[in-house]
Design a protein around this ligand. Sequence first.
Ligand code: HEC
Length: 111
Amino acid sequence: MIRALFAAALAAFAVAVAAGNSETEALLEGKMPDDPAKPLVQGKCLLCHSADYLTQQRLTAAQWEKTVDKMRKFGTPANDEEAKLMTAYLARYWTQDLPPPRPVRAPAPRK
Ligand code: HEC
């Protein structure tokens, strides 16, 4: 089961790479695409944790909405309008169709 999931994930990844989709590539590198909502997300969502928390998610629009709501309850300083803009931005790129995030590479062990 896990193996099948892993194979499916790898296949999805291979398809994305084969397509040479540079936007997908950038997303998999953890980059945040330019967008009017980007500075908003950078200014409000990176106060308590790194951007990896966001860029490693693969959520539906409804899940993003819930997450942003939850973060506002945690103390994210955003009004309704800003929350909407940020949710739309996050839901546009970090979707369930995006291949899984690349594992963070640990440095080689010292000899
Ligand atoms: C006030 C501090 C704070 C701010 C600002 C903040 N977060 Fe978080 N965030 C947290 C904490 C604490 C956790 C860990 C919560 C947990 O483990 O349940 C977290 C976890 C997450 C996670 C991991 C998944 C989850 O649901 O726990 C995501 C995704 C996330 N934040 C997205 C965002 C986004 C998007 C924003 C901006 C709208 C944001 N965060 C702003 C405190 C914050």
